[in-house]
Design a binder for this molecule. Structure first.
Ligand code: CP
Ligand code: NVA
Length: 314
């Protein structure tokens, strides 16, 4: 019976927070993916799991998927959520926000401009802090992405995942989460927009430990050749929109179009965290093709985050 089935206890996450991908051990991620599958197939079984618990959602940036899936996940698990938007420290220091929320809630889910904000909230909060996207990471997205790949291909180990575009938060979480689970990762970015070199070094260590490979290149064709999944994201993330013209010039040649996608394996899927800018980072034909799994990814945000909350709070 898979981990997380009703007769098997839900594993409590050892780290106090989910501030970045590596706050979960490899074993915890595997358990989470099993549990996410259970939650997806039998949601009613978990309908009382968070009864009496309240979770604060602090969002400095816009969101559709993350906000809706966290609010619904909490509601469907029997808990309550309270949403606030705007800069977390607009009225008082972050350390005070964290200590206030800790008196009323059982967890804080925060979408922030700077990873330092997540770390400061986590340092001062006495309840778990979940990173719902920062400048450096998008770990909840990566969990749903791993669930989506596992559903599609059955097993993760040995898959080839290509990411083409900006060396951003989504790329960072993807390379950390995928390499540690044995997925071979190739990242192709323009030379001006590489992934963070410290995170690359961490991912190299994870790849070495799991037997996977990690390739960082500026050649999208090299990254995509033979890939089982081709992933891209917007060229200008939230907070960098003012750079869009400069970025458009740098990212020319990094669009996932039919020609580039045709270099991937015949059964390859197209992935995007969304929101997507059609005919910028991906053509309409590719994102609308039957091989696009972008809405499976979006759906799995709900299930993976339910599993995460259960493992943090059960
Ligand atoms: N993928 C994702 O996080 O979407 P939102 O920005 O809409 O939450
Ligand atoms: N890289 C994007 C992801 C949005 C979900 C951003 O940070 O805006």
């Amino acid at each position: 019976m898979p981990a997380g089935a009703s007769s098997e206890p839900i594993l409590k996450i050892a780290a106090p927070d989910f501030a970045s991908d590596l706050d979960l051990s490899g074993d915890e991620v595997v358990h989470l993916l099993d549990l996410a599958g259970q939650v997806k197939s039998a949601p009613a079984r978990y309908g009382e799991a968070l009864r009496g618990r309240s979770i604060g959602l602090l969002f400095e940036k816009p969101s559709l998927r993350t906000r809706v899936t966290f609010e619904l996940a909490i509601k469907q698990l029997g808990g309550d959520s309270v949403f606030t938007s705007g800069m977390i420290d607009a009225r008082e220091p972050r350390k005070d926000v964290a200590r206030n929320l800790s008196r009323w809630t059982q967890a804080i889910v925060a979408r922030v401009f700077s990873q330092k904000t997540i770390e400061e909230l986590a340092a001062w909060s006495s309840v778990p802090v979940v990173n719902a996207l920062s400048d450096l990471y998008h770990p909840c997205q990566a969990l749903a992405d791993m669930q989506t790949l596992r559903e599609r291909f059955g097993a993760l180990r040995g898959l080839n995942l290509a990411y083409v575009g900006d060396g951003n938060n989504v790329a960072h979480s993807l390379m950390l989460s995928a390499t540690r689970l044995g997925v071979n990762v190739a990242i192709a970015t323009p030379p001006e927009y590489p992934p963070n070199k410290d995170i690359v070094a961490e991912a190299e260590g994870l790849a070495a430990a799991s037997g996977a490979s990690l390739k960082i290149t500026t050649d999208p064709r090299e990254a995509v050749a033979g890939a089982n999944a081709v992933y891209t994201d917007v060229w200008a993330s939230m907070g960098t929109e003012h750079e869009i013209e400069k970025r458009h010039r740098a990212f020319r040649g990094y669009q996932v179009d039919e020609a580039l996608f045709s270099l991937a394996a015949p059964e390859a899927v197209f992935m995007h965290c969304l929101p997507a800018h059609r005919d910028e980072e991906v053509t309409d034909a590719v994102i609308e093709s039957p091989r696009s799994v972008v809405f499976e990814q979006a759906e799995n945000r709900l299930h993976a985050q339910k599993a995460l909350l259960l493992m943090l709070l059960e």
